[in-house]
Ligand binder design. Structure first.
Ligand code: SF4
Length: 385
């Protein structure tokens, strides 16, 4: 393995109860030479490391077991915003990249990159979920509390998942801001997509530290296509930084020239949002950032967002730049309300189940080779009636 493909790790903390796991052993073998501390008292250790600065924490690895289910509904479920019913697979938390707006900076108590090494049950959890609602099409992904691929050469989690879910009646999404895809297996083109979060290069340079440039992300997307993956793109967070109109228009031009629409399963739009308590952390860690200087309003979920008219203007611009070039790709808003949906697109899902249904309907129509069952109308009617 090329050591350059694994981010710098200065120290490994190994939970005694996780030491026998094959994954922990493999990680230790790969990172041979890096000092390891065996943790015998987990509670005392977690208390001790609570105050470690995140910048240091991102160079330290904590290998432990996870108690409970890996597969969960997206945290947006149950909020006052429309949520698409996505499921998240959390086998890691934090990542070695360092985005100024990263919500995890004050969301998680453990400031170290944490890898849960008891992942043997994930496949069963997925199968149980699919079997629980056979008419539903579950979408799930590994990139909610971490970047899916930043550490994947070390953990190889995604390869195991990809091989397990290939051809099943579900969609697996691997979400990243890296170009670390060479280690992923070549697969027949089916139900697995790799998606990239995109921003203009000028914003990547100031707000998405240690990630790769836009050009490198798009090049990786083309390579992923050749390896059999479908694609997704997330314009999230959209940032109203100087020159944003021109920057996002250029970005859309670059994206739509780089890959064909027919391979793109979905595009999400989400504007910058963060809990008010994160502002101080962002400004302390990134004194040069400009993202917190705009005017914000506190949303129903306690998160700061651009004022609604501003958000609508931002979305309208990006949405129209997408639609100018791509008429058919499924575009959705992440954690937005139906008023915003309607003001931007002229229409809005009637509720969370309806949005889930719309995903299903679009995938059935646009990817007939997947031979997905027709979306259950009753699922839709539950919400619409
Ligand atoms: S890639 Fe995602 S998890 Fe990693 S720092 Fe950026 S926002 Fe946070």
């Amino acid at each position: 393995m090329n050591s350059k493909s694994i981010p710098r790790i200065d120290h490994i903390y190994l939970d005694r109860n996780a030491a026998r796991s094959p994954l922990a052993k493999r990680i230790l073998r790969t990172l041979r030479g890096i000092p390891v501390t065996l943790v015998t008292n987990k509670n005392a250790f977690l208390k001790k490391i609570e105050k470690i600065p995140l910048t240091t924490g991102k160079r330290n690895l904590w290998l432990t077991n996870f108690k409970g289910a890996f597969l969960k509904p997206c945290p947006a479920t149950g909020t006052d915003y429309l949520c698409c019913g996505y499921r998240i697979l959390n086998a890691q938390t934090h990542c070695p990249l360092d985005c100024t707006y990263c919500i995890l900076q004050n969301y998680l108590n453990v400031p170290l990159i944490t890898v849960y090494v008891n992942t043997g049950n994930i496949a069963r959890e997925i199968d149980t979920l699919i079997a629980s609602e056979p008419r539903r099409l579950f979408r799930m992904g590994t990139g909610e509390l971490t970047d899916s691929l930043a550490l994947d050469r070390l953990t190889r989690l995604n390869e195991t998942l990809i091989r397990h879910v290939l051809g099943k009646k579900m969609i697996l999404e691997i979400k990243t801001k890296t170009a670390q895809i060479d280690h992923l297996p070549e697969i027949p083109k089916k139900n697995v997509l790799i998606s990239w979060s995109l921003n203009p290069d000028a914003f990547i340079r100031t707000e998405e530290h240690r990630t790769v440039s836009l050009e490198v992300r798009l090049k990786a997307a083309r390579k992923a296509l050749k390896k059999g993956y479908r694609l997704g793109f997330h314009f999230d967070p959209l940032l109203m930084l100087p020159g944003w109109k021109k920057q996002y228009a250029e970005l859309l031009e670059k994206l739509t020239s780089a890959v064909p629409e027919k391979e793109v399963m979905w595009i999400s739009l989400g504007s910058l949002r963060y809990p008010s308590s994160l502002k101080k952390v962002i400004e302390e860690r990134f004194p040069k950032t400009k993202i917190t200087t705009a005017e914000f309003v506190k949303g129903l979920d306690g998160k700061m967002r651009y004022f609604r008219p501003e958000r609508v203007g931002l979305y309208r611009h990006v949405y129209s730049e997408v639609r100018k070039r791509w008429k058919d790709v499924f575009v959705y808003f992440c954690m937005e309300n139906s008023t915003v949906w309607r003001e931007v697109t002229g229409d809005a899902p009637e509720g969370n189940d309806h949005l889930d249904y719309l995903f299903h309907e679009s995938l059935v129509r646009r990817f007939p080779d997947l031979k997905l069952p027709a979306p259950g109308l009753s699922l839709y009617r539950q919400t619409a009636s």
